[in-house]
Design a protein. Sequence first.
Length: 83
Amino acid sequence: MTEQERKALEAIGIDPDNFGQQPWDESDLESTGDWIDNYPNVTRVEVITGEGREFVRYECSNVQVSLQDDRRTLKVFLFTTYE
């Protein structure tokens, strides 16, 4: 993980040392309306629109998907396995 990635995670309140390593405690997230799911086996992330593939990233690891803002915002956190 790069220093820039560590700082980005810290800025949004995620401990970079535990990122992708353990599931979040859902009781903590329910009070804020935010949800985070871990996908430890995912190695490719794609974003598809009506125009086709807009974003493709291979060699991913530690993929997490977060639903925030009363389930109106979807955020995807990922790192590449080769830095």
